[in-house]
Design a protein around this ligand. Sequence first.
Ligand SMILES: CC(C)(COP(=O)(O)OP(=O)(O)OC[C@H]1O[C@@H](n2cnc3c(N)ncnc32)[C@H](O)[C@@H]1OP(=O)(O)O)[C@@H](O)C(=O)NCCC(=O)NCCS
Length: 195
Amino acid sequence: MKPIYFKRYRMELDLRRYRPPAALPPGFEWVPWHDSLLSAHADTKYQCFHQEMDAAVFPCLGYPAGCRELMAAIITRWGFCPQATWLVASPDGYAGTVQGIIDDQGHGGIQNLGVVAEHRGRGVGKTLLLKALDGFAAVGVRRTFLEVTAHNEPAVRMYRDLGFRSYRTVYRQIHPPVPADDAHLEPLGAVGLGL
Ligand SMILES: CC(C)(COP(=O)(O)OP(=O)(O)OC[C@H]1O[C@@H](n2cnc3c(N)ncnc32)[C@H](O)[C@@H]1OP(=O)(O)O)[C@@H](O)C(=O)NCCC(=O)NCCS
């Protein structure tokens, strides 16, 4: 089976250039990290990602148990940054999630920023990202980075609008579990680089 390659940008931002988060929409609230929230983050991550192209790049994002394993791996990693890890609560459940990890160079990595589909387009994603950057700045981080799939236009545009710039292009390889010409992989073929 031929692997599929997804083009991704590593984007970075000097934290001296970030701005503080705006207010959330009325009725929405910040929920800071607490150990009891692992499942809430994981379930929200699943809601945000399971129908998105990143679930093809990172298959664990496509099913609830995979999201829980990913969350467990993030929070037990050296460098996990609770200050950059947030949920957004809406009147009808969690609306967004983000986690932060500080690498061995002291740079802050944004992990899995996501907003549940019915709450998109209202500024929640941008505000959530700024909240995570605020958390990194509060613990002395000077530079942040993230990786984004090149064809994820809303996300790439949001990061650029907030000052992130692309410093490197990487190709993430996945091995499709079914033939690459199966119907459900067709849209992914368009965003991946079949080599
Ligand atoms: C990317 C994502 C987090 C944006 O969340 P959101 O709450 O809809 O974003 P916002 O309303 O705060 O919009 C922020 C900016 O994103 C960009 N944007 C949002 N939706 C867009 C769309 N449909 N098309 C193009 N740009 C879009 C715009 O630049 C927008 O700024 P503007 O409103 O000033 O034009 C959301 O689409 C999402 O969760 N996607 C699925 C998960 C994902 O791919 N996460 C990114 C992983 S790297």
